[in-house]
Design a protein around this ligand. Structure first.
Ligand code: NAD
Length: 542
């Protein structure tokens, strides 16, 4: 029983370490990288209190060296997915009633472990598994993940503190119950922080979870499970299953105890899940919560008053860091003709200076894309652009999959603002630019708004306040994260809650109180101190 109304440590963003030559963090992460790279793992399924090895395995390898062996992970069959459901529901019996401060303590401890003893390991694993540079790993798997854990604890207490008013003789209370059933967390490859946050923020609110990481992130997901266990998370609260995505999803979504989905990934996959939930709706004991952050076709728009060097830098960083594989990465840009010359000169020079290769060589700015399928899709888009009369590849355009899935950072300039790569999400280091006539800057905003189905992130550049105001209004529904004179990537937990609308998701804003509210079901309690003893109201009197 809690014997106090506790305050939690005030959340502050984890400082980003520099990894500059000679720094202790650099030495440590590279040492850990070598150790991990030269050993193999055998990753089980985490179901209830068991770590299960089925023998049905898949090989693990880094995207920048696909012949290198990192070990294997085991895959679940349908009975094991069903076992994950029953294990979660069994864990729920104790977890859902555990006082909140103990749940908070577990995840605050996980944050401390990541900030200290596990920092090098989670970063090195992310560099290896997902092909991130040390800086990209640090801002994701260390800092963002730590921020999610710490801020969510604070948001949880803010939710619990929200209480209704009471009137004379009665006490009204709101109890924020966990959902009745289990939650299915499905995570993408591109952020270790998202992989950790989607199951953990749900569990923090008292729920139990079956978590399916992406097949290309299992390696670092295994480190996440290690951290959660070390932090004292009871077995069965988060069950990690891998294997055939469609079979796992079908099995979980058929369960009457399915209470919600916390998804991040592509729009098509989320749509298919929503459709299945719709088909099964009468099977469920409770209406499930459906939360999904999905695809994007994020834009940079420049006004004629903008500074060309600032615009070019936003493109170099915003479109190409982590090989353009951030959901927020700029992949289409609209530049006025009057500044295109200097923008082009700078961005082309920047891209030519990027080094590409293994993240172990910290002078590399970019590495390989995640899979062969992604490589093939990007290579085809580049070839199509080379062959098109409406497009020109002005820098990059090369690709090579001999050792890893390497796509050169590429810029396509198109004369057709509706050209395919202005609207289709490619999810790689390919940016398409449309140069517009300065006088048509207002019309160009209509193009930005109407060219893609997505509305995730977008950036405008201008030094003219009237133009900023005009563009912000014209693009009011074009992005859930809107940037003025900044690149459209790099949202920070607690500062820029993240998510988009239209085909980019349900916009439940990861890393904010809004998201956590989806994982509780409030019960209103009215307690009357002196109950009525006569049904007659005064108006009935003679
Ligand atoms: P993905 O859709 O391929 O995979 C996401 C998850 O869904 C993975 O766990 C995958 O195994 C699973 N999955 C894939 N096919 C499935 C199927 N048929 N049935 C059930 N599950 C299935 O996405 P990805 O390639 O891992 O990630 C990139 C995508 O995620 C991009 O579209 C990107 O924009 C999006 N994304 C969005 C955000 C955001 O906050 N909006 C953040 C990160 C990534």
């Amino acid at each position: 029983m809690p014997k106090g109304i506790y305050n939690v440590p005030r959340a502050i963003n984890e400082p980003v370490k520099s990894y500059a030559p000679g720094s202790p963090e650099r030495e440590q992460v590279l040492k850990t990288y070598k150790e991990l790279y030269n050993s193999t793992v055998d990753i089980p399924l985490f179901i209830g209190d068991e770590e299960i090895k089925t023998g049905d395995t898949k090989r693990l390898f880094p995207p920048f060296d696909h012949q290198h062996n990192l070990g294997q992970y085991h895959q679940a069959d349908k009975p094991l997915v069903e076992k994950a459901i029953s294990s979660a529901l069994k864990a729920r019996e104790k977890w859902a009633t555990m006082p909140w401060e103990h749940r908070a303590a577990i995840f605050l401890k996980a944050a401390e472990l990541l900030a200290g003893p596990y920092r090098a390991k989670i970063n090195a694993a992310t560099m290896i598994a997902q092909g991130k540079t040390v800086h990209q790993a640090e801002i994701d798997s260390a800092c963002e993940f730590i921020d999610f854990l710490r801020f969510n604890v604070q948001f949880m207490t803010e939710i619990y503190a929200q209480q209704p008013v009471s009137s004379e003789g009665i006490w009204n209370r709101l109890e924020h119950r966990p959902l009745e059933g289990f939650v299915y967390a499905v995570t993408p490859f591109n952020f270790t922080a998202i992989a950790g946050n989607l199951p953990s923020c749900v569990a923090l609110m008292g729920n139990v979870v079956v978590w399916k990481p992406s097949a290309t992130q299992v390696y670092s997901a295994n480190v996440i499970m290690e951290v959660f266990q070390k932090a004292g998370l009871p077995k069965g609260v988060i069950n990690m299953v891998n294997g055939d995505s469609a079979m796992i999803t079908d099995t979980l979504l058929e369960s009457p105890d399915f209470a919600g989905i916390h998804f991040t990934g592509s729009t098509g996959v989320f749509n298919s899940m929503w459709a299945k939930i719709g088909q099964n709706i009468s099977k469920y004991k409770t209406y499930p919560r459906i939360v999904g952050e999905t695809g994007g076709k994020d834009f940079v728009w420049a006004h004629p008053s903008s500074n060309p060097i600032e615009v070019a830098t936003a493109l170099s960083r915003g479109a190409f860091e982590y090989q353009g594989q951030k959901c927020s990465a700029a992949s289409r840009a609209y530049i006025p003709a009057s500044i295109w010359g200097p923008v082009k000169e700078r961005v082309v020079a920047d891209i030519k200076s990027f080094k590409m290769g293994s993240p172990e060589d910290t002078s590399n700015f970019v590495s390989a894309v995640i899979t062969e399928a992604s490589f093939d899709k990007l290579a085809k888009a580049i070839d199509d652009a080379k062959a098109s009369s409406e497009a020109e590849v002005i820098v990059g355009g090369g690709y090579d999959k001999l050792k890893g899935w390497f796509i050169e950072p590429t810029i396509i300039v198109t004369t057709n603002p509706k050209y395919d790569t202005m609207s289709t999400e490619l999810f790689g280091p390919v940016l398409t630019i449309y140069v517009y006539e300065d006088a048509k800057w207002e019309e160009s905003l209509k193009l930005v708004d109407e060219t893609s189905i997505y509305a995730l992130t977008g950036a405008i550049f201008s030094q003219d306040r009237y133009a900023i105001d005009f563009a912000a209004k014209a693009l009011v529904n074009a992005a859930g994260n809107f940037y003025i004179n900044d690149k459209p990537t790099g949202a920070v937990v607690g500062q820029q809650p993240f998510g988009g609308a239209r085909a980019s998701g349900t916009n439940d804003k990861a890393g904010s109180i809004l998201n956590l509210l989806r994982w509780v079901s409030p019960r209103t309690i009215k307690e009357t101190f002196i109950p009525a003893t006569d049904y007659r109201y005064p108006f009935l009197g003679e």
